[in-house]
Ligand binder design. Structure first.
Ligand code: PPE
Length: 308
């Protein structure tokens, strides 16, 4: 779906009109993928729009930037404020939020250090990431022939722009083969994550998800779902998952800011036991949306209210 323009984009400290938010063709990041980004969502709540786990997302942005020697010319608090300002100025009740830090225009070449570091924050409406009825019906996943980046190739814990070429290869392969999403393995053959989501399975009432060492992103939705699951009385185990685990799961689902919680209906044409959205997935979706929309006081600490 084409992006629906909003009003303003925050660029290096100023809100500029959507059409004027442009950069030079010799921007370093365009040529070498030298950037880091975040994906955040704001949800409608009884107290107006609230950003879900905003400080955690901004903190991860700083960690990603650090790996690539990018000194962000703003503090974490300033970028938290920038996100709030951008959501408010665009009058969004709910939206997707994309902060981006990138090497800008100045010098070319593989040494990125002489190029400046620029920052922007854009917001837009982003509906169901994996398709209209994906959160009810679930999606069909394919284990990718493309391996996920290894810790010593490009650190999978960093959300760097160039790294996403790896995810894009997997995504297009899955789509071309008639599936909705890819699941990527590491070079040892264990599950890491989807092209843009973490992966969970349920077996005999216990939740399993790959550990960070496997090479997944330390997803903030993943972390939230683990907390909610424990609250609901489920045991959550971080351990390596194999294709066998995926093929024989009772339930499986993806988590991510864009995807939220999306059931996995089948993996490589093996249907999960419940063949769609199972009871555990459904309970977690409910708990997640209650927390994100400010209807669960216990998780109010996850929300940053944008204010009038
Ligand atoms: N793994 C990967 C590889 C990933 O890109 C994401 C987020 C996650 C896991 C889940 O992380 P979190 O959002 O913190 O729960 N993917 C973002 C980019 C999506 C895009 O297409 O762009 C997102 O969901 O915003």
């Amino acid at each position: 779906m084409p992006i629906q323009p909003t009003d303003k984009i925050w660029m290096d400290g100023k809100l500029v009109d959507w059409e004027d938010a442009t950069i030079h063709v010799l921007t370093h990041g365009l040529h070498y993928g030298s950037g880091a980004f975040e994906g955040i969502r704001a949800y409608e709540t009884p107290k107006g729009p609230a950003v879900f786990r905003l400080p955690e997302h901004i903190h991860r942005l700083f960690r990603s930037a650090k790996v690539y020697y990018m000194e962000i010319p703003f503090s974490e608090e300033e970028l938290v404020q920038a996100v709030m300002d951008t959501v408010r100025e665009n009058d969004m009740s709910a939206c997707y939020i994309r902060p981006l830090v990138y090497r800008g225009y100045g010098e070319m070449g593989l040494n990125p250090l002489p190029a400046p570091v620029n920052v922007l924050v854009a917001v837009w409406s982003w509906g169901r990431y994996l398709g209209e009825d994906s959160q009810e019906r679930g999606v069909r996943a394919k284990v990718s022939s493309w391996k996920r980046l290894d810790h010593n190739i490009l650190p999978p814990g960093a959300k760097a722009t160039g790294q996403y070429l790896n995810s894009s290869l997997a995504k297009v392969e899955a789509l071309n083969a008639g599936y909705d999403e890819a699941i990527m393995l590491n070079t040892a053959g264990y599950v890491t994550d989807g092209s843009g989501e973490n992966v969970f399975i349920v077996k005999d009432g216990v939740l399993f998800t790959p550990p960070f060492q496997a090479g997944c992103l330390d997803g903030i939705t993943r972390d939230s779902v683990m907390a909610l699951a424990v609250d609901l009385g489920y045991q959550v185990v971080e351990r390596n998952l194999s294709r066998f685990d995926l093929y024989t799961a009772d339930e499986a689902f993806f988590t991510g800011t864009a995807a939220e919680i999306a059931p996995i209906r089948s993996v490589d044409d093996r249907e999960v036991e419940v063949a769609g959205r199972g009871p555990v997935t459904k309970a977690l979706q409910k708990a997640f949306f209650e927390a994100a929309s400010g209807r669960e006081p216990k998780y109010d600490r996850w929300l940053t209210y944008v204010g009038a």
